[in-house]
Design a protein around this ligand. Structure first.
Ligand code: SF4
Length: 261
């Protein structure tokens, strides 16, 4: 991972920690904790759930194949979110929080951490500057994906899925319908795996996300992509014609959360 210093120079995470001119070393270390970890090589790719539900697979493709330089100041936004998560989770039993889950498909795997499953509710926590009037689609799909990936016995214990937004001054709770979105994860993961294998970006999915996208120049052909998949000597994975719609599962509880909006 590369870091952009406030003076505009670009360095590796290790070089940034070593330099520590912008902020004292403990602050830099806190900002970059875990960011200089090397990725393991795996027999088949694994994607975090957020990679597949983010609204533009082409952006995910570039996130995975192009080098992204993170402004050092942006790292505070990530870490502040983590700190709020830990604060909110602190009174829940350890076994109820940060639950790792993995789902294997034929050519790739999907992994994720559920923020908490506690007393019959699955929780997804989001920190944000402005709380949206309705839950963002990507957040809803993310929570539904975690629900879909749960083993049956654990799924049966989830009576409701709650997305909770935290801004600096407000908290708002939304209830989400439990749905099986595994077919959608499989379809999107297959498209992404094929694209990476072939070095051909998936189609554009233009939306408000484009405004914040780090890859606009490459996406619009104003800057060349650097990724080279070398020679592909395996058969490409067949791409599904249509991305299936998520299958709705009846909520197991009709009781509304008192905070539900
Ligand atoms: S600019 Fe828009 S369409 Fe292009 S990769 Fe980014 S989010 Fe996707």
């Amino acid at each position: 991972m590369k870091v952009r210093c406030p003076d505009g120079s670009e360095v590796s995470a290790d070089e940034c920690i070593e330099c520590s001119k912008c902020y004292p070393k403990p602050i830099i270390k806190m900002l970059l904790a875990g960011r200089n970890r090397k990725r393991k090589k795996r027999a088949k790719p694994r994607y975090g759930v957020t990679r597949l539900v983010g609204g533009c697979l082409r952006k995910t493709y570039y996130d995975l194949t192009e080098e992204v330089v993170f402004p050092l100041e942006k790292m505070w936004i990530f870490n502040r979110g983590t700190a709020i998560h830990e604060f909110v989770q602190k009174d829940m039993p350890k076994e109820d929080i940060e639950i790792f889950m993995e789902k294997s498909f034929s050519t790739f795997g999907v992994i994720g951490f559920v923020d908490a499953i506690h007393a019959g509710a699955m929780y997804e926590f989001k920190t944000t500057a402005n709380i949206p009037d309705t839950p963002q689609e990507a957040h809803t799909l993310q929570a539904q994906a975690y629900y879909s990936m749960l083993p049956e016995d654990k799924q049966a214990r989830v009576k409701e899925i709650l997305i909770i937004y935290f801004s600096m001054s407000k908290i708002r709770v939304y209830k989400v319908v439990p749905r099986n979105v595994l077919p959608m994860l499989e379809a999107k993961g297959t498209i992404l795996t094929n694209a990476i294998k072939l070095g051909v970006a998936p189609r554009m999915e233009e939306s408000y996300i484009c405004r914040y996208c780090d890859h606009k120049d490459i996406c619009h052909g104003q800057k060349p992509a650097t990724y080279d998949p070398n020679k592909v000597d395996e058969e490409p994975i067949p791409e599904p014609k249509n991305i299936p719609k998520p299958v709705e599962v009846k909520p197991k509880s009709s009781g509304l959360n008192p905070f539900f909006k």
